[in-house]
Structures are given as C-alpha cells and as structure tokens.
Design a protein around this ligand. Structure first.
Ligand code: UGA
Length: 446
C-alpha cells in the first residue's frame, strides 16, 4: 500500500488495522517489520496520501471505492481441513464488516492468499444484501518476497489481476490495471479469470518451494557421493530451460507462505478427488522437514553422538536474510531439534531475536539470546549458520575459533562461508551437499 501511495499521489490510501500498537509503529520511524527501503517509502507518502489508522473503520469503509483485504489466512487448526486448508474466519468477518458499513458500490480485492474459489464465497456474502449495493470481487495476489519487497514491488516480474468476464468484472479489472500502470509497464500487468489468479498464487509458491526441495534432496545425495551440490546446481542452472535461480541448497525453506500455500494446494487436490496430485505436492513439504531433521542428525553424529550440555552458537533465527520474520524458520526448527538433544543454545541474529523469542514459546526459556556473534561463540563446541545474513560472512573466524572449545565444529546450513579457510584455521567444517572437511577420521556410523 505504501508503494501504491508513493506512485499514485492522486489517490488516498488508508491502511486500517485493529492492532493499535502496530498502527502506532507504522506512524513512527520504528516500523513493526524490518524491510530494507520500506521506511523511506513510508516517509515519502505518509501524511500526504498514505495514512495508518486503527479507528473509524465505518467511515473509512463508507468513503472508499476500492478495498484491499490483506487479513491473515493462517492454516486452519480445527475442524474440517485442519492442518491443511486456510482459516477464512478473518476474511469472512472483514467481508461482513465491509457490507455493514457500505453505502456505495465497491471493488473488493483479495490480497490475502486464499484457496481457489474463495472469491465466489465472498461475493455471495457481499452481494446478498438488501441495500441494493454491488461488490465486484477481484483477485490480485502478491508476489513480493521479504527482504527484497520494495525492489519486487517497484519492478515486478508481473502483476496479476483476476476478475469475472462480465461487463462489471472487466470494468473493475481495468480500474486496478490503471492503478498499477502508474509505474508498472502495461505488458507486465496480466489479467485472468478469478480462479486462475487465485490458483496461480498457490502454484507459483509451490513451484518455487519444489525447486528448493529438489535441490535439497540432491544435497543429501551429494554428501554421500562426493559430488558438490553447488557445482551440480550451477551445471543444471546453465540450462536455460531450468535457469539458475532458487537452486540454493539450504537447511530448508521457511516463511509464512510456502508451507501454508502448499498445504492449501494439497487440500484442494484432495477435496477435488485427486489424491495422487495431493501426494506429489505434499512431498515438497516432507522433503523440507527431512532436510531440517537431517541437519540436526548430521550435527549429532559429527559431534560424537551427543550434544547434551554442549554449548552451540546458532547464527541466524530469521527464515531468510534481510528480514526480522521467523515464521516457519528452519533455524527455529533446528533449534528445537538441538534442544531435544539437550544442547545449550545461544541464538544470535541481527534483527530477529525478538520474534524468535516469541515464536519459540516455552522453549525460549532454554535459549540464551545474544546479539553479538563473538560472545555467542565463546566457549561453544559448534556454530550452526542457519540464516544467510551477510554479517556472518564478515566475522573474524580466527578470533571466534580461538574462543571455542576444541575440537570446534562449524555447520554452514546456507553455504555462505569460505570453508577452505575455516578448515585451515582449525574448524571441522560441514556444509550442505558437500563432503565434510575434518581434522580427524570420522568412523562411518552404519
Ligand atoms: C515467497 C515467494 O518467493 C514470493 O514470491 C511470495 O510472494 C511470498 O513467498 C509470499 O507468498 O508471500 P518469501 O517467503 O518472502 O517469498 O521468501 P523467499 O525468497 O521465497 O524464500 C523462502 C525460503 O526459501 C527462505 O527460507 C529462503 O532462505 C529459502 N530459499 C530460497 C532456499 O533455501 N534456497 C533458495 O534457492 C531460495
């Protein structure tokens, strides 16, 4: 919304949230999320044509012509489809609230990611009204990635708008096309029917996650065979049909979207009587869980089959670099695995410690949170690098090595460190999808 406001000064954008604390933060220079470049955009538009508010929702609804609904749609935890499909209660409540306070026709945009055909349900709720009002529901999924959100919005690969093939639907789609055309080249704004748009969002995320699970499956094989997963990724990525992006083997993918969206897709396939298609996509998630579990298992086996009482410095809590977000972070999954082994954890992250503390819940009691990576590693047996923050590549690892217990281990879950150098310093180095570099003979465990 901030980027829309920035590029469309002729429109007024009001962002409403029920969370007063968050709204106050949006109105300050301490935004509630860490996202490079966002504050600058907000500062340019805020107070001009961008407003954040937690009050007078009735007036804001009544005055608006277009409403973007971006409420959360977490995975349902109860009843039918629990653990799979999206919980639509917030969306439906919002639709009813819009209806209650409206006195003119409006365009309603699904910005939240939703199961296919949700727009229909919302249209039914909205248009069954005695006020004679008409609501045109469109789907306009968001494709930005955290950490590069501003760049992605400024220069998107595409903007997708789905609507009905009726005169009203076409008119509404054109209104939104014109909005984005203020800064996005027209040929990158694509329009489809509603269901294609809803499904494309789920499928885009499923395909991206599938690439990571595919390369991660190969990383396991590389560790057994002496192949190097980065070399393999490079070699296959040179094929223009495959392409080089999203082939970085890692400790696993995280974030609030990939797992949720794939689960949604799986549920959709199942509910349409397509169990084979459902099982195919579910395997992308299973492979990700396997990769996280395998990382912990590798640590246990490398460190003489016991982590109990051993201090381990965990570098990174965020699900990826350049964000404070820890939702579904593989780093926290690994932390839980290490805690189950009774390791003593020191968690270090430049921006995500507060969210990590909240997300770890009861387990947070067992973890020391430390912003300084040098202090975190003092007296540690091992370091596990779990988020690809650039900060971690610039540390003085010799100094760190000298402060650790011997033999010292480093497990690079993101392949961001210079492993040859670390090995030379004295570390035993484990990377994803590469043979370990060890200063002693490791006995095969089988
Ligand atoms: C993802 C999609 O990339 C966006 O297009 C989409 O809009 C967004 O979900 C959403 O639905 O909201 P995001 O989750 O912010 O964006 O971040 P990604 O860059 O996709 O990374 C997801 C996870 O995969 C991270 O944990 C990242 O470290 C991991 N990853 C990514 C890898 O392990 N290897 C790679 O090669 C790429």
């Amino acid at each position: 919304m901030a980027v829309i406001a920035l590029h469309c000064p002729q429109h007024t954008v009001t962002v409403f949230d029920i969370n007063k604390k968050k709204v106050a933060e949006w109105n300050s220079d301490q935004l509630p999320i860490y996202e490079p470049g966002l504050l600058e955009v907000v500062q340019q538009a805020r107070g001009r044509n961008l407003f954040f508010t937690a009050s007078d929702i009735d007036r804001h609804i009544a005055e608006s012509e277009i409403i973007f609904v971006s409420v959360n749609t977490p995975t349902k935890t109860f009843g039918q489809g629990a653990g799979r499909t999206a919980d639509l209660q917030y969306w439906e409540k919002t639709a009813r609230m819009i209806l209650e306070h409206s006195s003119s026709d409006k365009i309603i945009i699904e910005k939240s990611t939703l199961p296919v055909r949700t727009a229909q349900a919302m249209e039914n709720i909205l248009n069954t009204n005695a006020k004679g009002l008409h609501f045109e529901v469109l789907s306009n999924p968001e494709f930005l990635a955290e950490g590069s959100a501003i760049q992605d919005l400024e220069n998107p690969d595409r903007v997708l708008i789905g609507g009905h093939d009726t005169p009203g639907g076409k008119k509404a789609v054109q209104t939104i096309v014109d909005l984005y055309a203020n800064w996005v080249p027209r040929e990158r704004i694509i329009t489809t029917n509603l269901w294609s748009s809803e499904l494309s969002k789920l499928v885009a995320n499923a395909f991206l996650a599938q690439r990571i699970s595919s390369i991660n499956a190969i990383s396991a094989l590389c560790e057994k065979t002496g192949a190097d997963v980065e070399e393999v990724a490079y070699a296959i990525g040179m094929d223009s049909r495959i392409g080089p992006r999203f082939l970085k083997a890692s400790v696993g993918f995280g974030g609030s979207c990939f797992k949720k969206d794939i689960l949604n897709l799986v549920y959709l396939c199942e509910s349409q009587g397509l169990p084979e298609a459902a099982a195919y996509w579910e395997q992308v998630i299973r492979m990700n869980e396997y990769q996280e579990a395998r990382f912990v298992a590798n640590m246990v086996s490398a460190m003489f089959n016991t982590l109990a009482g051993k201090r381990i410095a965990v570098y990174g809590a965020a699900f990826k670099a350049n964000t404070s977000d820890t939702r579904e972070s593989p780093a926290l999954a690994v932390c839980r695995g290490l805690l189950a082994e009774k390791a003593e954890l020191v968690l270090c992250d430049p921006h995500a410690l507060e969210n990590a503390r909240l997300d770890l819940g009861d387990d947070a009691r067992l973890v020391t949170f430390e912003i300084d990576p040098y202090i975190a590693a003092e007296g540690a047996h091992a370091i596990a690098v779990l988020t690809e923050w650039e900060d971690f590549t610039r540390l003085d690892y010799k100094r760190i090595f000298d402060s650790m217990v011997n033999p010292s281990f480093i497990f690079d879950g993101r392949n961001i460190l210079d492993r040859a150098k670390l090995f030379e310093m004295g570390f035993n180095v484990f990377s994803i999808g590469k043979e370990p570099l060890l200063h002693f003979n490791q006995h095969p465990t089988e």
